[in-house]
Design a protein around this ligand. Structure first.
Ligand code: GLN
Length: 476
């Protein structure tokens, strides 16, 4: 039977003729069919993936050297455009909409001979923390079907968690890769803002959105990051800072790490999560790393600032879905234009998306702009300044990824504020543009996994991945 450890081993097995790309794709199609109840995929490209696998097997047999992602089976979040395939952002609004071009991130994977096996379920327009806001229904956590997988990239996380693909793509605007990785017991990376082009990614909040990667090994994630990153003439915010690539850790390196007092002692933080992280801190100190508790008094402002700014950006980004330029059109016979728009949007958008559009419109309205939007921008500036200072002294910051482990389905859905507050540890990296990763180091006595979040200064993914690798290796 086909078995996957990491891309390097898979490529070794392919060149030794121990397996084929067809074997791999058939195996994953079978796994996906057996895990339908998890609702991780919104569409599976079975025939196409098999065809692509056959082509790659032929190429290899003819002696062509393997490209970097030869036959690597990847699932993508349903907000990334893949030419000729439906992309809906898990919204009724975009039902039936086909991508006219491929996102830069997707094209770069395809150029290295990756196989895209399907689209993954997510919260509508990537808004949510539990994957309960999808027009396709919610996704189940494969470890406990009564629990949420996290969100908004819940389907992509479960696709890796349940072994339905080798690696997957999500997006992270406020934690949507790190938090589901935390809830599912896998690795989830959010690169620096701008590291991966946003061209072809359906926008939620453009100054926060970033493509992220789920996987089971740091080396696989590093490889995908290397391939997708770099400047892009279609996205002026895409960073063009040298060619980035993973090099290995010197095992003897000692790190200078900080953690925020306000985070580890936060009243919302589960006691056991706190205890496990503090025990790890002690262990790392005994191994010669410097770990310092520092003050971060802005922590309580991050969630309000995040929700003011992202809803403002969302209200503008989502204005294009009016049923004429894009999206769902009502069947009602309405003659008046504003009424027509209103009905299209009322029918097309789900509750949470409507709530955010209204909130965003409110904070941008002339009477409240200064009190909310400008204020939140000022908070963001302070956060960036303080973060720069911290990274002048420390190489990394560690934090919990989420205050709790995966919660029960339905538990927070009727209380949006409680849901928003649970983003307290992840939105910081998006507000400041720094990279962050959640690594599965711990298991709670309630049976669910949880991770440690590591962050470094902007564009320092190398230190981030090396440190994550070290922490994971020690664990084994
Ligand atoms: N939970 C956050 C929100 O709902 C994060 C979403 C995301 O990162 N896409 O906005």
């Amino acid at each position: 039977m086909f078995q996957f450890r990491n891309i390097k081993h898979y490529h070794h097995d392919l060149t030794e003729n121990n397996t084929t790309c067809i074997d791999a794709v058939q195996y994953y199609l079978q796994q996906i069919a057996g895990a339908k109840n998890l609702n991780a995929f919104t569409e599976v490209f079975s025939d196409e993936a098999l065809q692509q696998a056959a082509i790659l097997d032929e190429k290899r047999k003819s002696g062509e050297p393997l490209k970097k992602l030869h036959g690597v089976v990847i699932a993508i979040k349903n907000v990334l455009c893949y030419k000729g395939h439906e992309v809906t952002a898990s919204s009724k609004m975009l039902k039936g909409f086909k991508s006219l071009y491929s996102a830069t991130a997707i094209q770069r994977l395809l150029d290295e001979d990756a196989i895209i096996i399907g689209n993954c379920n997510c919260d509508e327009f990537a808004m949510g923390s539990s994957n309960e806001n999808s027009a396709y229904g919610n996704v189940l956590n494969a470890l406990d079907n009564t629990k949420v997988p996290g969100g908004s990239s819940g389907g992509s996380a479960v696709a890796v968690q349940a072994g339905l693909c080798m690696v997957s793509l999500g997006t992270d605007t406020g934690g949507s890769v790190r938090q589901p990785a935390d809830f599912c017991g896998i690795i989830g990376l959010k690169p620096s803002y701008g590291r991966i082009s946003r061209y072809g990614l359906i926008a939620y909040a453009s100054s926060f959105d970033q493509v992220g990667i789920f996987g089971n090994s740091v080396s696989d994630i590093a490889l995908l990051l290397e391939i997708m990153s770099g400047g892009d003439e279609y996205d002026s915010t895409a960073l063009n800072v040298g060619k980035w690539s993973m090099s290995h850790n010197q095992a003897s390196k000692k790190y200078k790490i900080a953690y925020f007092k306000e985070a580890l002692h936060h009243p919302s933080l589960d006691k056991e999560i706190k205890k496990n992280i503090l025990t790890l801190v002690k262990k790392l100190r005994s191994e010669g790393h410097t770990i310092t508790e520092i003050d971060f008094d802005l922590l309580d402002y991050v969630v309000p600032a995040y929700y003011v700014l992202t809803t403002a950006e969302a209200s503008s980004n989502l204005s294009r879905y009016d049923g004429i330029r894009y999206g769902h059109q009502t069947k009602d016979n309405i003659k008046e234009l504003t009424e027509f728009y209103k009905q299209n949007r009322t029918e097309g958008f789900g509750k949470e998306v409507q709530r955010r559009i209204m909130l965003g419109t409110f904070v941008l309205s002339s009477g409240y702009y200064d009190a909310y939007f400008s204020k939140a921008q000022q908070v963001r500036r302070l956060l960036v300044d303080q973060t720069d200072k911290i990274f002048a002294d420390y190489e990394a910051v560690i934090m919990p990824t989420s205050p709790t482990t995966a919660f029960e389905i339905g538990n927070k859905n009727s209380d949006p504020v409680a849901m928003y507050l649970a983003d307290i540890f992840t939105v910081f990296a998006n507000l400041t543009g720094i990279p962050g990763i959640s690594i599965p180091l711990f298991k709670h006595s309630n049976g669910m996994p949880f991770g440690l979040q590591v962050m470094t200064k902007k564009t320092d993914e190398l230190t981030l991945l090396q440190l994550a690798d070290l922490l994971l290796e020690q664990q084994q």
